[in-house]
Design a protein. Sequence first.
Length: 147
Amino acid sequence: MFEKKISHSLEETNKIAKDFAKVLKPGETVLFYGELGAGKTEFVKAICDYYSVEQIVTSPTFTIVNQYFGKLGKENITIFHIDLYRIEKKEELVEIGFMEYIANTEAIKFVEWAENSHGFLDKYDYSIKITNDEDDVNKRHITLSSE
């Protein structure tokens, strides 16, 4: 799968995210790429809304990992929202148990700033790159791809 989408608003981005959420399954890992403010966390928020997560979904920049609970049909689903923005060394990933989160076959994992994974993410299911448009502050280019 390789799709390029253009969003002109937060509402359009949310629709793209919710449509994408329909294909996700427990155990899958989604990598997010994009500069600060591109909309990675907003995309995750919309997916969590699709799964009826009741907790407030925020960027885990300082906590590194947020855990959410939602529903997939009648089944409960666990979501790990991981932000590697502040990760500088491979040892930091080991300390937080990053590989245990990624190896979890019952949770969906979202990893923002995946480029800071220091080689720990050689296997993943989907990659999402969000870029801001140079001419329109509300416009986003969203590239969805699968491994």
